[in-house]
Design a protein around this ligand. Sequence first.
Ligand code: 5GP
Ligand code: ZN
Length: 112
Amino acid sequence: MSDCLFCKIIAGEIPSSKVYEDELCYAFNDIAPQAPTHFLVIPKEHIGSVSAVTADNSAVVAHIFEVIAKLARELGLESYRVVSNIGEQAGQSVFHLHFHVLSGRDMTWPPG
Ligand code: 5GP
Ligand code: ZN
């Protein structure tokens, strides 16, 4: 999608700090980290948010969760949080599906 920030990051048009990449997904450090470890995992295919996941595109979501588990193991993350905000009220600011992976500090529940 030409006017999507994360599609531009995937295309290399906007620089990012890469954590991981394969044919289906891309992971990179968040520009405004909310924890000592804070990276985002996104599908290379443009999907607007969790609310746009369907039977036709959900395989990449399963793949992304495999990648998150693998990266967490490799990075030695013993406790971490995976978050996806859907819609502006929930805090979504970039409308390309992404999963935040946060770790390295105490976290509260429920979230604010
Ligand atoms: P959301 O608010 O949609 O749940 O998450 C979007 C995330 O993207 C935010 O945590 C924000 O800091 C991050 N972000 C926004 N623009 C950029 C950018 O240009 N580069 C990187 N690496 N992260 C970004
Ligand atoms: Zn996009």
